[in-house]
Design a protein around this ligand. Structure first.
Ligand SMILES: Cc1cc2nc3c(=O)[nH]c(=O)nc-3n(C[C@H](O)[C@H](O)[C@H](O)COP(=O)(O)O)c2cc1C
Length: 118
């Protein structure tokens, strides 16, 4: 299970509500410039993904794109939600995990120590 807390004024909030899914993209330090931009501008105001040349790939299980240049992407479907004072906490069931090939150990686990996380 994965939980994300989203403020209702975010464009992302509307997308999660309408689609019932979301993708968690783990971000490496090499992606910081894009991360900073996406985290401080709203898709309500501009096509920020196009502006930052974000590469998207199709998800396998959910109706949402994944950020292709992130080392790990976790596709989730919303199974519950809890409204707090400022955020709505969406609880997601992990449906499919993408990981760069070099990160996957022989037993199938992801070697998170190899990711230079932001
Ligand atoms: C480091 C960082 C963490 C953030 N975490 C959250 C968060 O947990 N929940 C949230 O609603 N907004 C969070 N934000 C703010 C949104 O990323 C920001 O409001 C963004 O413009 C929303 O874009 P959208 O309207 O296209 O969804 C965070 C921003 C940054 C820079």
């Amino acid at each position: 299970m994965v939980m994300v807390g989203i403020v209702p004024s975010r464009y992302s909030y509307k997308m999660i509500k309408e689609s019932g899914c979301f993708v968690v993209n783990l971000v490496g330090k090499d992606y910081k410039k894009v991360f900073d931009y996406l985290g401080s501008h709203s898709k309500r105001d501009e096509d920020k993904l196009a502006k930052m040349n974000v590469k998207l790939s199709g998800a396998v299980k959910v109706n949402a794109p994944i950020l292709a240049d992130c080392p790990v992407n976790i596709e989730c479907t919303v199974v519950d939600a809890v409204v707090t004072g400022s955020h709505e906490m969406f609880i997601g069931k992990s449906e499919y995990v993408h990981a760069d090939l070099g990160l996957v150990k022989n037993n199938g686990d992801i070697d998170f120590s190899k990711i230079n996380l932001i």
